[in-house]
Design a protein around this ligand. Structure first.
Ligand SMILES: [Zn+2]
Length: 320
C-alpha cells in the first residue's frame, strides 16, 4: 500500500480547503483522461435515444391541444403526465444501464485498486439508493424544466400576440428544450420573420422561411441538450463509482485512511468555481465547498459540480 505521509494525521477536523493552482499529478491526469475517454466513447447512444424521445413528444402534442393551451395561457396537464412518464422511462430504459456502466468504469479507475484487488459489488445498497434517488431527481427535473419552457413561450405569446397558427407551429420544435433554449428559438423565429417582412416578403412566405430556420436551430439545441444530459449523468455515475469503490475497498480492508483531492481537467473550459477547487483535499465524509458565480456556497461530495463538468477526484491513501 502507498503511504502518502503523515500530513493528514496531524490535521484537526474539519480540516481542508487548500487551494493551489498547479499541473495535475501523473495519477490525477490518468484519472481525468479515463473519465474523458469514457464520456467521449459512451455519449452517442444516450444522445440519440434522448433526441428520439423528444421527437415522440412533439408528435404527442396536437395543434388543437396547443391552440387550447394558448387560449387558456396554461399547459395541458395531459402533456405533463405524458412527459413525466417519458422521463421515468428514460431512466429505466437508458439511464440506468448507462449509469451502471459508468459506475463500474469509475470504480475501476482508482489506481489504488488496480490489479483485481477489489471485489466490486455493483449491487451494493448505496448504489441501489443512488440510482433510485438520481432517477427520481432526473425525471422530476426534466418534466418541470419542460413545463417551464413551454409556459415561458405561452407568456411570450401573451405580450407578442403572433398569429395563433404561426405561433403554434413555432412552439412545436421547442418541445424538449430548456426554457432558455425554447425562448431563444422563439425569439429567433419572430425576429427572422419580422426582418423578412421588412425586406418585402409576404407574411406567409416570411413565416415559412423563419420557421424553417427556427426548426434547424431547435434541432441543434436538442442535440446540445442531449449531450449535456448524457455527459453530466455519466460523469456523476463515474465519479460516484470511483468513490463507492474506495468505500468498498475500505470495508474489505484493502486500503486505509483516504483523503479525496479535487482535480480539474485543466483545459480552457474549466469554470472559475471548479478551478478554485482544484487541489482541494477533504476527508471521505466531508464535502467540497464551491463558490458559485453568484457568491453562494455549493456543497458537493464529488464532481460534477455543474453540467458538462469534466472534473474528477483523486483518492489518496494517507495512512494504512
Ligand atoms: Zn468541473
Amino acid at each position: 500500500m502507498i503511504l502518502r505521509g503523515l500530513r493528514m494525521m496531524f490535521k484537526s477536523t474539519p480540516p481542508k480547503i487548500r487551494i493551489s493552482k498547479r499541473r495535475q499529478t501523473k495519477t490525477a491526469q490518468e484519472i481525468l483522461d479515463m473519465l474523458k475517454k469514457f464520456l467521449e466513447e459512451e455519449s452517442a447512444e444516450p444522445v440519440e435515444y434522448l433526441c428520439g424521445v423528444w421527437e415522440q413528444q412533439k408528435r404527442g402534442v396536437t395543434y388543437a391541444e396547443l391552440r387550447r393551451a394558448v387560449k387558456a395561457g396554461a399547459i395541458d396537464t395531459k402533456w405533463l403526465r405524458q412527459w413525466s412518464e417519458d422521463y421515468n422511462r428514460v431512466v429505466v430504459e437508458k439511464l440506468e444501464p448507462v449509469w451502471r456502466k459508468a459506475l463500474a468504469s469509475g470504480a475501476s479507475s482508482n489506481p489504488l485498486l488496480r490489479g483485481g484487488r477489489l471485489s466490486w459489488d455493483s449491487q451494493s445498497q448505496r448504489i441501489t439508493e443512488w440510482v433510485l434517488e438520481r432517477g427520481g431527481i432526473f425525471a422530476e427535473g426534466c418534466t418541470k424544466g419542460q413545463r417551464e419552457a413551454i409556459q415561458a413561450l405561452l407568456e411570450y405569446q401573451l405580450t407578442e400576440k403572433l398569429p395563433i397558427d404561426h405561433f403554434c407551429q413555432a412552439v412545436m420544435p421547442c418541445i424538449g428544450l430548456t426554457q432558455r433554449q425554447a425562448k431563444s428559438t422563439m425569439i429567433l423565429y419572430h425576429r427572422t420573420k419580422k426582418d423578412l417582412i421588412k425586406d418585402g416578403l409576404k407574411t406567409e412566405a416570411a413565416h415559412k422561411k423563419a420557421l424553417s430556420i427556427a426548426q434547424k436551430y431547435a434541432e441543434q439545441q436538442h442535440q446540445r441538450r442531449a449531450l449535456t444530459i448524457a455527459q453530466t449523468e455519466m460523469a456523476a455515475a463515474w465519479n460516484y463509482g470511483a468513490e463507492e469503490a474506495v468505500r468498498q475497498a475500505q470495508e474489505q480492508r484493502l486500503i486505509g485512511h483516504v483523503v479525496r483531492r479535487w482535480c480539474t481537467s485543466g483545459d480552457d473550459r474549466v469554470c472559475e468555481s471548479c478551478a478554485a477547487l482544484d487541489g482541494t483535499e477533504v476527508e471521505m465524509d466531508s464535502r467540497f465547498n464551491a463558490t458559485t458565480k453568484t457568491g453562494s456556497i455549493l456543497s458537493v461530495e464529488y464532481p460534477p459540480l455543474h453540467s458538462m463538468c469534466g472534473c474528477a477526484v483523486e483518492y489518496i491513501e494517507v495512512q494504512e
